[in-house]
Design a protein around this ligand. Sequence first.
Ligand SMILES: [Zn+2]
Length: 564
Amino acid sequence: MSISDRNRPAGLGAGGAALWNPDAVHLALVNANVLTMDPARPRATAVAVAGGRISALDEIPPGAARVVDLRGATVLPGFHDAHNHMIGFGMSLGEVDIGSPPVGSLDELYDAIARRAETAAPGEWVIGSGYDQNKLGGHPHRDGLDRAAPGRRVWLRHTSGHMCVVNSVVLADLGLDAAATEVPGGRVVTDSGGRPTGLLEERAQLLMGSLVYPYPLAELTDAIAGAARQYLKEGVTSCTEAGIGGGWVAHSPAELAAYQLARDQGRLGVRVELMTAGEVLHPLGAHADDNLVAGLDLGIRTGFGDDWLRLGAVKIFADGSLVGRTAALHDPYHRSGGAGYLQADADALRDAIIAAHRSGWQVATHAIGDRAVDLALDAYAEALERHPRPDPRHRIEHFAVVQPRQVARAAELGVIAVPQGRFAAELGDGMLAAVGPDRHDWLYRQRSLLEAGMVLPGSSDRPVVAGAPLLGIDGMVNRRTSSGAPFNPDEAVTAEQALRAWTWGSAYASRQEHVKGSIAPGMLADLVVLSEDPTAVSPERIAGLEVLATITGGEPRYDTGVLG
Ligand SMILES: [Zn+2]
């Protein structure tokens, strides 16, 4: 870390302070194709960085400590993933990959589990993640897992994160070997004879908590560091973690401490915004006039923190997964009886959203099906009516199956929808099958949101799908499933719009567009250098462009050599 970093070591005393000149340009990128994402000045050819921030465009003041000739390479604001699961992704790096080739069938999945079981240490669990029953022909079954890994504990997560499969040893640990138990907002799936199959849906996954939670902070910190290394290679300089500290997405009630520890250890790498799981909000006992009916201890809420680590919205799950067919639809899934379900009683969800709004939180409601979307929109409307508040920027995560009237209403309420571009490529076939042709043009809208005046952020939901922003941008522009089918192509956006989503749009969704998401004097010097301009190449080539360097706070954190 150089002294030019805004986060310079605390031990730097008076002598150090004399050396610290925030106005001195320590890095200048020249001969560049700069896409600023600032409508007032969309293009530039050079960027100067001083004190960790952008200090000038085009005209570089003399005396820069380091001048890099980019030979025409493209510079953008660093990518910001508006919805990811950083710890979940970091942990998945050490798990069996059951979401991509060679795992294309259940037999191949069982083979992969058997291979890991053979080499694992005695007593070690076999954990896998990323399977999609649409691609395998069905969910894995406890009996198949028992044969693949005799005597082991096996735990496989669905690609959506909304369900998992365990084997008989784990079911026995949970007391579910022979019969299921009722779980509100979830399901222990059984066969026709009432015997659990190993599949645990939605909140039934909480049962696993008694066996694995909480994880030690050291393990979570390693996961954060591993994820950050990968993010920087892909041009990510900021990300929003979509739920910590409670519910089935949590790894520890002290999850925030893992991020703080990673930062203390210099391993955070990227700027992180943390969404609090709705489950951990509680009454604060503050003065009645303060309206703090739902909060965290000490009254901290959305916005607390700094440029590197801050609290974002509160995350409330209204429903489940579209490819897993648990998301709450108004009309049943195509060729199947059910219409999904809400993760809690509708009144309880509405009350939780309104209480969080009233207490000053930005609210991010996970709503995939059109029924869940209506619930979120109704709750936001009621919250704003009963407790008016300027510019709350409430969000709906995924916003997956959306009727035209719902777009108009979301726009009217100032709601930010947070869809995932990469879902088309990896999950699109399963989604098209789940809703059937009559609802194909309601799926994962983008263009109609922009046309309605809504802000569109960029996000991956990693580890649900691959998280590299260029893959997400490719998905937003090209909208093709893995089988080659068009995925609601009318909702495609241009490369320019997709880039703006992954930079300015995500910053806006985090209430941070005044400090990042565009390249202008005074903004944080978070930059990505690409081999070519995504707006100038044919759309099919976007996914293959190379990230040459990633700069956060003016410091190169990843460099293929282009920065010299
Ligand atoms: Zn998510």
